[in-house]
Design a protein around this ligand. Structure first.
Ligand SMILES: Cc1ncc(COP(=O)(O)O)c(C=O)c1O
Length: 399
């Protein structure tokens, strides 16, 4: 039995079945490579699903985490800690907005905070509670939480945010006219991803974000932009919102922000900035000092090493290189920055993922017909070339 098989057996005896049994067990990583329990090395074009922004075991990240762990690991949010304030200041500066920041643990809890901000702001606009509907996008993804506050028996924490659950109107992504048609005086906010990641790296038509910003302003509704996957350099800009020239009311971040440590962030501008009052929201671990120190190291590294430019250059090389393979299996190659979706003519993405893994390359079949690539922003031209060679060979194997 291989070591991987032994881990799989232990996994199945100890873990819930929500993920199914993963095909690999990873034990270490360095740069754009990871190594499995049997000592096999892989080129990592997945980056822990768009998380390992500066690659594995980057010395700057390792040093920041180790130094902060040796200094102060946790404070609670009853105390200021310097790394948290420094990180909030950096994020505000990167956005260029007059924003304030809340730190969460991950993407879903950043979006939970955003939804509470929407609820509070709408209640201030309409105390009679008639403004609660949210317009969201078909195919969108914002997380998997489900209602801890609903079962919290403390009226002070619970009541300002009732009722629980949301009335949501879903509209086609990229269709500004459909957004406009869904609006009404009861709409508190529109929420969207600038590019739909989990849906297979779907890029909306140019101008869509700007049009939705104009629509939400006209209807006095908030715009929540979920940059959990698109933010922190993935698209070749710090944020897809700033690249599109818009200022959302609320922007959520997570994934790559701390290079692999759990951290989410919410930036709030404009009229909703003061929606939350003391006691309205909180979390035990959000904005933990070690995670914030890691995020500061990620930002420093992206700046120092020119990784936004690298994301644009290697992302373009990746997309062009895949198109140039001219495989009859490929219907479309799309994406922005180091974020590429390869849509096939049939449901072969799983088979391509398996064939690539056998050749020592990790990718992700985001959907049966779509392969997603979200490598570390540090990927080199040689690594892109190595991937293209492996993909060509893998595609030749798939019937
Ligand atoms: C756009 C977007 N929002 C939210 C989430 C949820 O993030 P998390 O898994 O960290 O809760 C994801 C995760 O893939 C995402 O892509």
């Amino acid at each position: 039995m291989t070591t991987t098989a032994a881990w799989q057996e232990r996994w199945e005896r100890s873990m819930l079945g929500n993920y199914g049994t993963p095909p690999i067990a990873l034990v270490s990583g360095s740069g754009t490579h990871v190594t499995d329990a049997d000592g096999r090395e892989y080129l990592d074009l997945l980056g822990g699903i768009a998380v390992s922004a500066i690659g594995h075991a980057h010395p700057a990240l390792v040093r920041a985490i180790a130094d902060q762990a040796a200094t102060l690991v946790h404070t609670s949010n009853l105390a200021i800690h310097p790394r948290g304030v420094e990180l909030a200041e950096r994020l505000i500066a990167l956005s260029g907005w007059d924003a304030r920041v809340f730190f969460a643990q991950d993407g879903a809890t950043a979006n939970e905070a955003a939804l509470k901000i929407v609820r509070r702001h709408a209640a201030a606009q309409r105390p009679d509670g008639t403004r609660q509907r949210i317009v969201a996008m078909e195919g969108g993804f914002h997380g998997r939480t489900m209602g801890a506050l609903a079962v919290t028996g403390n009226p002070a924490k619970r009541d300002p945010f009732a009722p629980f659950g949301h009335e949501v109107t879903f509209v086609p992504f990229g269709d500004a006219a459909a957004v406009e048609a869904a609006m009404g005086p009861d709409v508190a906010a529109v929420i969207l991803e600038p590019v739909q990641g989990e849906n297979g790296v779907i890029v909306p038509p140019p101008g869509f974000l700007g049009e939705v910003r104009a629509i939400t302003r006209r209807h006095d509704a908030l715009l929540v932009v979920d940059e959990v996957q698109s933010g922190m350099g993935r698209t070749g800009a710090w944020f897809a919102s700033t690249a599109a020239g818009i200022v959302p009311d609320v922007m959520t971040l997570a994934k790559g922000i701390a290079g692999g440590l759990p951290l989410g962030a919410v930036l709030v501008t404009g009229p909703a900035r003061d929606a939350l009052r003391p006691g309205d929201h909180g979390t035990t671990f959000g904005g933990n000092p070690v995670a914030c120190a890691a995020a500061l190291a990620v930002i420093d590294t992206i700046e120092r090493d020119g990784l936004l430019a690298n994301a644009r250059a290697q992302g373009a090389a990746l997309a062009h290189g895949i198109r140039d393979l001219a495989s009859p299996h490929i219907r479309e190659v799309r994406g922005v920055g180091l974020w590429v979706g390869v849509e096939f003519t049939g449901p072969i993405a799983g088979a391509v993922e398996v064939a690539l893994r056998a050749r020592g390359v990790l990718v992700n079949a985001a959907k049966p017909q779509v392969l997603r690539l979200a490598p570390p922003l540090t990927i080199t031209a040689d690594e892109v070339t190595a991937f293209l060679r492996a993909l060509e060979a893998a595609l030749a194997e798939v019937p």
